[in-house]
Design a binder for this molecule. Structure first.
Ligand SMILES: [Fe+2]
Length: 187
């Protein structure tokens, strides 16, 4: 499946601008890591675009309902395994690098976007690891983001949290530039 097709499926289920932005931010992380690890960028992109497909319509059944939809649509088993694996309560081991990258990108992408939005520049351009680290320690900031998941995500990828954050800032910055030239934004 191509990115565009995944995006059309996403658009069938999701109206929320916020969920679209979250999804595109996770996709930015996935594209960045796919390139870094010399994996299939298109496939990793599709996985990111579909991982929260059911979140708006079926929040109680997320991601089980999404998995069903993806099965019906004939998505490949590795994509489905990664989608299952991104939710800890599904108890699906994250075996593939793609599944690990999805888990690691999911919470951190939104967290870094939140960090960028509170900067005077409201951008990724001058966002540094240090300020993200500070925000991680600030328990009142982006309370919904479980700090343990951020750590676990980096660990599973075999990276320090510092490296992972540095990579993600860079991936989001690059993707934001690409999206802006198409009149879109992660912010
Ligand atoms: Fe997500």
């Amino acid at each position: 499946m191509k990115r565009q097709e995944a995006l059309s499926i996403f658009n069938e289920y999701v109206l929320s601008e916020q969920l679209l932005k979250h999804t595109l931010a996770v996709e930015a992380g996935m594209r960045g890591y796919a390139k870094k690890f010399e994996e299939d960028v298109e496939k990793w992109s599709v996985t990111a675009l579909l991982h929260d497909l059911d979140y708006e319509k079926y929040p109680e059944e997320h991601p089980k309902k999404g998995v069903e939809i993806l099965q019906e649509r004939g998505l490949s088993p590795d994509i489905i395994e990664a989608v299952k694996g991104h939710a800890d309560y599904m108890n699906t081991p994250r075996e593939s690098l793609m599944a690990k990258a999805l888990y690691a990108s999911d919470e951190l992408a939104s967290f870094i976007v939140a960090c960028a939005l509170v900067r005077p520049s409201k951008s990724f351009e001058d966002l540094k690891y240090k300020s993200v680290k500070k925000k991680i320690k600030d328990k009142a900031f982006a309370k919904g983001v479980d700090r343990e998941i951020l750590k676990k995500g980096a660990e599973e990828l075999g990276l320090s949290l510092e490296e992972h954050i540095g990579n993600m800032i860079e991936f989001l910055r690059i993707r934001e530039q690409e999206l802006q030239s198409a009149d879109q934004s992660l912010l």
